[in-house]
Design a protein around this ligand. Structure first.
Ligand code: IFM
Length: 726
């Protein structure tokens, strides 16, 4: 088994959209779904560029599907090559995770009996973020006149949330210069200018004609090449994108054209890309021996993180579906801070810093959201895009009946994200020791979110305690609950950590402490209120140590999930939204999640008690894709590595096996990021504090060796765990 390659041995139109997601290629600046260059009926062609958002109905704003760089049509003696025509004699697709190159090999016979072997290879360069490369080899069985049409499509369609079809690009111009072709377009609402440029060369074969087809919105180069029987002809298509997020508007086309000149040919670009990937994998790879499926699937999940990671831009975040599909419209959630960020904190701190800076940059928008809701401090939006305003749709089509709209409450009341962001900022500091960043930015994130929590806390006079009522915790099967344990405890942690941070600043950066105290109004009265909220925060729990999901959780109906098996739908689909709200079934295990985040606060006995209680009440299979990796870590902590493995493999397979039937919408980024945490913090048992790190391995019984790397305070550490007898 090749442990670096995702392979597909035949093409099934029914799984077309799932596979388009799986075969996404990208470089952290952009990504392109794995659609076919020549097109296929109903394909969901998409290239998404980080930060290129545009307004859209219902969903407020979405990543605008960018002009399509892929179009490459081939005609064999006048017959158009396409997999829905003629016969496909053989088909094979492979994504090489080591270098991000996607290869497709097809043997095809046309309706009139023309045969050819065709190989497509493409990648988005990790070494040159604006550049994309496609190489096509055609070997006809008989002597043939081969026509190719390579273009840029300026009218790419975005699929709307209700299945409607949207165009975000207003054509601005196109043309040819020195044999290369360009296209200029502007987003309708956000006014982002985009320049794309294309070069096409025939690198093998006898090119007899070449024309520029100046078709409005789809500038195309048409080439004619003669090939003898069995002779291979080869074409290289190089494309570049620049937007007004990168350079001034007036220069986008010029820069795109110049970029082409920087890349001599496929071979040199290929090598530069391979070198860049090698560096990336040297930091990121995890070696698992004794389990080939897990090894390959983990690399796939890490690859998906790496192609979504903004390496050179701190104005963007990673959407819940990365850059690989239309799902969640490119919006970022807590998925980044809690599930994806740890991978970057420990393997690529520069990327983690970019992601956190994105939140820091948008603090003013978070302050505005808090103010709008009548609070002070910073309340981050549940869904975030380019401006930091709340972009959670208020209404969306019902999953079971798309003619009906349902109210989406998460943007109003799923408030834990502000504490999640503070938690992530603190984690970054603990692991990297980047004091400069803490002083410049992190402290303000922690302090201003704390300010929000103190303001948002509700005083319950009858019980003399602070509460957070009418919220949604991470478990979204229950809406409008009071005192979700996760939310209350993490808010309390945020306030406590604000004090620690302030004390630290007073000692190490007193000038900054004074500045923040003055700017954020951290006077004695306000800090007293914080102390009071910390001391009197309501944390619902039973005397035996069982933490309650939320205040009246135990009054909900206990459901025997085993009795619903075999099941192919989620519990929410089974009981309906309201019905599920009335049960104790969890979409994801919040309490365990909290115990994972604040692990030093709970005894082993208490973790076990809560694990045993919540595990059978969680919809592991079809509930949230965020749950399984955390469940795996907690299973390791209670000494059940083989149970942990079951959850881990579920997370690993989430997209590869399309477990929830929605992988067509894009990669589940949180699940992908979580797989790394499950291996490193779960099976590897890594524990990191300000004082240092330690490991307490608990490998699944069939793993013989595990190796991973991570940075601790700037130094790369390598951990190698060999199973007894290994
Ligand atoms: O952030 C998650 C949430 O926890 C569950 N619903 C999907 C969101 C995006 O992945």
């Amino acid at each position: 088994m090749n442990l670096w390659t995702i392979q597909e041995a035949d093409f099934t139109p029914a799984t077309q959209h799932h596979k388009e997601t799986i075969f996404t290629t990208g470089n952290g600046y952009l990504a392109t779904r794995g659609t076919f260059e020549e097109g296929f009926p109903n394909d969901r062609r998409a290239t998404f560029l980080h930060g290129v958002f545009d307004a859209a109905p219902l969903v407020v704003t979405e990543l605008a599907n960018a002009p399509d760089w892929l179009p490459f049509e081939i005609f064999l003696n006048g017959e158009r090559f396409a997999l829905d025509r003629g016969s496909v004699i053989s088909f094979e697709r492979a994504l090489d995770l080591r270098n991000g190159v996607l290869t497709r090999r097809v043997e095809w016979e046309s309706p009139r009996g023309e045969r050819a072997a065709i190989v497509f290879e493409r990648f988005a360069s990790l070494a040159a973020l604006h550049a994309l490369f496609l190489r096509v080899r055609v070997t006809p069985q008989h002597a043939s006149e081969i026509h190719v049409r390579a273009g840029l499509n300026g009218t790419p369609i975005s699929e709307g949330s209700q299945g409607e079809r949207l165009l975000h690009w207003n054509w601005q111009g196109q043309g040819a210069r020195d044999g290369n072709v360009f296209l200029q377009a502007r987003t309708f609402h956000s006014d982002i200018e985009l320049g794309a440029a294309m070069r096409v060369t025939t690198t093998l074969g006898n090119e007899v004609a070449r024309e520029f087809w100046d078709v409005r919105g789809e500038p195309t180069l048409a080439l004619r090449v003669n090939a003898g029987a069995g002779e291979t002809v080869m074409f290289e298509k190089t494309v570049s994108y620049y937007t007004s997020r990168d350079v001034e508007k007036a220069r986008v086309v010029e820069c795109a054209l110049q970029e082409l000149d920087a890349h001599k040919n496929w071979a040199s670009a290929y090598q530069a890309n391979a070198d860049a990937w090698q560096e990336e994998w040297e930091r990121t790879d995890v070696v698992i021996e004794g389990d080939e499926e897990a090894q390959l699937a983990l690399r796939f999940n890490l690859f998906q993180m790496l192609i979504a990671a903004p390496r050179h831009d701190d104005r963007v975040n990673i959407g819940a579906k990365t850059l690989s599909g239309f799902g969640y419209r490119g919006h970022a959630f807590w998925d980044t801070e809690i599930f994806m960020l740890p991978l970057f904190i420990y393997t690529a701190p520069h990327i983690a810093k970019n992601l956190l800076n994105y939140r820091y940059r948008l603090l003013d928008a978070a302050r505005a959201k808090a103010k709008q809701n009548g609070f002070e401090g910073a309340q981050f939006p549940w869904e975030s895009a380019d401006t930091g305003e709340e972009v959670t749709p208020t209404w969306l089509p019902h999953y079971a009946d798309r003619t009906k709209l349902i109210r989406i409450w998460t943007g109003d009341i799923e408030i834990h994200i502000s504490a999640d962001i503070a938690y992530a900022a603190h984690q970054y500091w603990v692991a990297t020791g980047d004091y400069e960043w803490l002083i410049a930015k992190g402290a303000e994130l922690i302090l201003d979110t704390a300010k929000f929590w103190a303001a948002r806390a509700e005083w319950n006079n009858a019980n003399a305690r602070y509460e957070y009522n009418d919220v949604i915790g991470p478990d979204e099967y229950h809406e409008h609950v009071n005192n979700n344990y996760y939310t209350n405890r993490l808010a309390q942690w945020n306030l406590q950590t604000a004090f620690d941070t302030l004390n630290w600043l007073n000692e190490h950066a007193p000038k900054k402490a004074r500045e923040l105290e003055a700017r954020l109004g951290l006077n004695a009265a306000r800090l007293d209120k914080w102390r009071d909220v910390i001391a009197k925060m309501y944390l619902p729990a039973l005397p035996n140590g069982l933490l309650l999901q939320f205040q009246d959780y135990l009054q909900r109906t206990d459901v025997d999930l085993a009795a619903l098996e075999p099941r192919t739908i989620s519990v929410q689909q089974h009981f309906g939204i309201e019905g599920t709200n009335e049960t104790q079934v969890l979409k994801q295990p919040d309490v365990l999640m909290l115990m994972y985040l604040l692990q030093n606060n709970f005894s082993e006995k208490q973790v076990r008690l809560n694990y045993d209680f919540y595990t059978p009440r969680t919809d592991h299979t079809f509930g949230s894709s965020l749950g399984p990796s955390i469940q795996a870590i907690m299973a390791c902590k209670v000494g059940k590595p083989d149970d942990a493995y079951e959850h881990f493999i579920r997370a690993l397979r989430a997209d590869l096996y399309d477990v929830r039937g929605n992988a067509h919408d894009g990669i589940h980024g949180a699940s992908a990021g979580g797989t790394w945490q499950a291996v490193v913090f779960g099976f590897g048992g890594l524990r990191v504090t300000k004082e240092g790190w330690s490991i307490e391995p608990r490998l699944p019984h069939h793993w013989t060796r595990l190796q991973f790397r991570f940075f601790y305070h700037g130094k790369q550490e390598i951990v190698e765990i060999v199973a007894d007898g290994g």
